[in-house]
Design a protein around this ligand. Structure first.
Ligand SMILES: Nc1nc2c(ncn2[C@@H]2O[C@H](COP(=O)(O)OP(=O)(O)O)[C@@H](O)[C@H]2O)c(=O)[nH]1
Ligand SMILES: [Mg+2]
Length: 225
């Protein structure tokens, strides 16, 4: 817990944290980050890792297509009724930050159709380093970057890198091929984020998404506790 950082306090959004019947609604976690960093792959891996213990659902955001939703469906990471696609039709960050109505509707539709849910993952359409989620849409946000995007990204900062509740640096398996210095990335991230957590992942490696899944379980325990 980091007191004074409202982005780290699930209680900050507790105004609408309950369903009409008084039960606690699903924890909503947003995943943002540049195109191709591994957001959809992370969502898919999280679904496989968590679906046996938790009731979960996914909302995807694409600009003009349903591609991310189709990928998740094709890979059968969840039953189709647990995956909803929002076509943002504009800059993807608008739909997760400024006018969140389509996403809120998707989240509520899912709760109604397949709820009660423990967890809803909301994947942002790929964007630049400035995309963040509205606190009215998600309770916690994960920013996913990758080592192939350049090892100076953590140093460059931006709201995603500096304020996300979790920073994931993905594709560590590629570091030797693209000349990315992981220690430097860790140092720079620490400098930008202070005590906020950073996890390094390789979804193709043996550990896969396990560290992120552990973080999600922790958030969920805090949410329901
Ligand atoms: N080598 C490697 N490739 C990855 C990893 N994670 C994702 N990818 C690949 O990177 C590409 C983009 O991933 P995707 O999840 O679609 O990115 P998104 O645009 O952020 O949703 C896909 O071809 C993935 O298979 C990883 O850890 N290592
Ligand atoms: Mg994607």
């Amino acid at each position: 817990m980091h007191l004074g950082h409202s982005h780290d306090a699930p209680a900050a959004v507790s105004a609408d944290a309950h369903r009409p019947d008084g039960t606690r609604r699903a924890l909503r976690i947003g995943l943002g980050g540049p195109v191709g960093s591994g957001k959809t792959a992370t969502v898919a891996a999280l679904c496989r890792e968590l679906r046996d213990q938790l009731s979960l659902a996914v909302v995807t955001n694409d600009i003009y297509t349903r591609e991310d939703a189709e990928f998740l469906l094709r890979n059968a990471v969840l039953p189709p009724e647990r995956i909803q696609a929002v076509e943002t039709g504009a800059c993807p960050h608008t739909a997760i930050r400024d006018d969140i109505s389509a996403n809120l509707e998707a989240v509520e539709d899912l709760e109604e159709a397949v709820g009660p849910l423990d967890l809803i993952l909301v994947e942002s359409g790929g964007d630049n380093l400035t995309a963040t989620f509205s606190r009215g849409l998600v309770d916690a946000q994960v920013f996913v970057i990758d080592v192939a995007g350049g090892d100076d990204i953590p140093r460059k900062g931006g709201p995603g890198v500096t304020t996300a509740d979790l920073l994931v640096v993905n594709k560590t398996d590629l570091a030797p091929y693209v000349g990315s210095d992981l220690e430097r990335m860790a140092r720079d991230a620490k400098e930008q984020r202070g005590e906020l957590p950073v996890l390094f992942t390789s979804l193709t490696g043996p550990q896969g998404v396990a560290p992120v899944a552990a973080w999600v379980r922790e958030r969920l325990a805090a949410w329901t506790g």
